[in-house]
Design a binder for this molecule. Structure first.
Ligand code: ADP
Ligand code: MG
Length: 292
């Protein structure tokens, strides 16, 4: 495209709330073959809420006290949901010692001399905390509903489960449908477990799902697709997503995303509406076709 066409395109994008940082992003957008979407905070609102607390021995609020006390030190959206739930129950939190976090898996700390570990199955398995078949069945059922289950271990024993649900953004399914009409391959990529990921994906019309991906491995997935000949866009909002946004041919960051995500993206959706990723691609097609 001519420099003038690009300048006009960038200006038009800005008017629509689509901040395109460079002309290259506009030109490449027209050639995309695959779009990868982060789940939490991108397709979903990223404001999860605790829906169920299942405690095996302790009083529910006691389990919540331990979980929320540890999670008060984490910045993960799931941690925030647990802390908000404790606040809603008027619990005052305890003191946290020896806090440690395992990126994309969970956290641990000592509270009232008890070893608390909170996270996904893989983390609890690593710490030799066993799940019986009844627990497994329970977890599967909750995950099939599209909820995320957080496991709480206290002193090496599984003490309870916390189910957390996030809401799908109102425009997600429409945006996915529009992108499919453009013949783009669509994939969801997430650190969350397979069942929860698939349940959310199928509600928005996405059938390719890459789940249980560690934060540092999202960009490797982008690279793998590029090596297979795809021209890839990655749409995300989190700190986790920054390397993938940078690796993608066109990184699209949400305006409400973390600063590093916004810095790493080539395009920023100011209004936070993923329908604007559709508008951005349409805009690039228009700009490119006008000079052909
Ligand atoms: P996403 O790709 O959806 O943003 P993450 O990679 O951040 O997910 O996290 C993946 C999984 O790790 C979560 O679904 C959760 O099971 C677990 N996890 C991560 N951080 C925490 C935490 N602070 N507390 C409990 N679980 C956590
Ligand atoms: Mg996210």
């Amino acid at each position: 495209a001519t420099p003038t066409a690009i300048t006009v395109g960038l200006g038009k994008g800005a008017e629509l709330g689509i901040l395109i940082k460079n002309g290259d992003a506009l030109e490449i957008s027209e050639k995309l073959t695959t779009i990868l979407f982060d789940k939490t905070g991108t397709l979903t609102r990223g404001k999860p809420e605790v829906t169920d607390i299942i405690s095996f021995e302790l009083d529910k609020n006691e389990l919540l006290f331990y979980a929320a006390t540890v999670e008060s030190r984490s910045e993960h959206p799931l941690a925030d949901a647990i802390v908000r739930k404790a606040r809603a129950e008027n619990l005052s939190l305890g003191e946290v010692e020896e806090f440690d976090s395992f990126g994309g898996k969970g956290v641990k700390a000592v509270v009232n001399a008890k070893n608390i570990i909170i996270g996904n199955r893989s983390l609890l398995r690593e710490k030799n905390i066993e799940l019986n078949s009844e627990n497994e069945a329970n977890i599967f059922k909750i995950e099939k509903d599209g909820k995320t289950v957080i496991l709480v271990g206290i002193d090496d024993v599984l003490a309870g489960l916390i189910a957390i649900a996030d809401t799908i953004k109102p425009n997600t399914a429409n945006a996915i449908a529009e992108l499919k009409k453009m013949d783009l391959k669509i994939t969801m990529i997430t650190g969350d477990n397979e069942r929860t990921a698939k349940a959310i994906a199928s509600q928005v019309g996405i059938y390719n799902v890459i789940s249980e991906v560690l934060p540092q491995d999202k960009s490797a997935e982008v690279k793998r697709l590029q090596d297979a000949g795809e021209t890839v866009s990655f749409v995300g909002d989190g700190i986790n997503d920054a390397p993938a946004l940078a690796q993608a041919d066109v990184g699209i960051a949400l305006g409400s995303g973390t600063d590093v995500a916004i810095e790493s993206g080539d395009i920023v959706l100011i209004k936070d509406d993923i329908m604007d990723s559709v508008a951005g691609i349409q805009l690039s097609k228009k700009v490119i076709s006008r000079v052909k």
